[in-house]
Ligand binder design. Structure first.
Ligand SMILES: Cc1cc2nc3c(=O)[nH]c(=O)nc-3n(C[C@H](O)[C@H](O)[C@H](O)COP(=O)(O)OP(=O)(O)OC[C@H]3O[C@@H](n4cnc5c(N)ncnc54)[C@H](O)[C@@H]3O)c2cc1C
Length: 271
């Protein structure tokens, strides 16, 4: 294994430009999971981001909460303003793994790992977060809702780093997040849902329901429609348009669709 340890962001970007096959490591909680079982990974070149002070921390501006690429779940959980203004971040963060993972895992790593079952991505997407990418060629901003192109496919070139995540500060009338898993900690979502309603309208974002975490435009239109919902089944046609769950070891596709309808229906009743 080759481990590169840049001391500045500029140096890290230069390394990625020279070696586009190199793999960035932030907290390492995803990257290192397969080490014991995939010896081929041991021969790769890794760029350790942990020494880059420029990528650390959680910062507030008048209009945004800005998460540096090394900002961890724990930094958000312990930021009282984030818990108050954008509470879904804290609710999702508390559901990630257990405290050890929350202390080490980063929001940027959650985005770049591109798991369809991620817990951080749905709440960021519901809040219209923007991913800021940088390479030696310059900066690029991509709305998180447009970032994924297919299973583990994303609009990040190998020479780009996620350098920050920008979340607009807006008032919301409705905001909730629900993760359905087999237990309360150390569980991968069978269904994840983040829902908000603000001046921009509804945002419904589903996890573990498609090859990527994704917004659900048909459901957003259905919720904006004045026609009352009489039961969870009224949501199934829109769910069928928005998502395409699969049968896997955690659940069947049918289970996921029905649970998503129930979670959404009863969540809306109590919102
Ligand atoms: C025991 C355990 C439980 C877990 N439970 C959950 C859970 O409940 N919910 C959940 O969502 N996840 C869970 N995870 C997955 C993981 O902890 C999260 O996805 C975490 O946010 C990853 O962050 P990291 O900093 O550790 O990423 P890393 O492992 O360092 O990197 C992950 C990926 O992102 C890339 N990357 C990292 N930073 C950047 C960057 N700045 N720019 C470009 N690419 C980058 C890496 O190259 C890699 O492909 C769990 C993992 C473990 C080991």
């Amino acid at each position: 294994m080759k481990l590169l340890q840049p001391e500045t962001k500029a140096r890290a970007l230069a390394m990625l430009a020279e070696r586009p096959d190199a793999i960035p490591i932030a907290g390492g909680t995803d990257v290192l999971v397969f080490w014991p079982t995939r010896p081929a990974e041991h021969d790769r070149c890794y760029v350790d981001l942990s020494g880059l002070a420029e990528l650390r921390g959680v910062r507030w501006t008048d209009e945004h909460l800005v998460l540096g690429a090394l900002a961890t779940y724990w930094e958000v959980i312990t930021d009282a303003r984030a818990m108050r203004e954008l509470p879904l971040l804290g609710r999702a963060a508390r559901q990630v793994g257990a405290i050890q993972i929350q202390a080490r895992g980063t929001w940027a790593g959650n985005i770049a790992n591109a798991s369809p079952a991620a817990d951080g991505v749905p709440v960021l997407m519901a809040y219209d977060a923007v991913v800021v990418l940088e390479s030696v060629r310059g900066r690029e901003e991509v709305p998180l809702a447009d970032f994924y192109q297919g299973y583990k496919q994303m609009r990040r070139r190998p020479d780009q780093l996620v350098v920050e995540i920008r979340i607009p500060r807006r008032p919301y009338a409705v905001q909730w997040f629900e993760k359905v898993g087999s237990r309360r900690a150390q569980a991968i979502a069978k269904v994840g849902l983040a829902v908000v309603r603000g001046d921009q309208g509804w945002r419904v974002v589903a996890a573990s329901m498609a090859p990527t975490v994704r917004r659900c435009p048909a459901l957003e239109r259905r919720l904006a429609d004045a026609t009352p919902l009489r039961s969870p089944d009224d949501l199934l046609p829109a769910i069928a348009q928005d998502v395409s769950p699969i049968d896997d070891i955690r659940s069947t596709a049918e289970y996921r669709r029905r649970v998503m309808a129930r979670v959404l229906y009863y969540g809306l009743q109590s919102a």
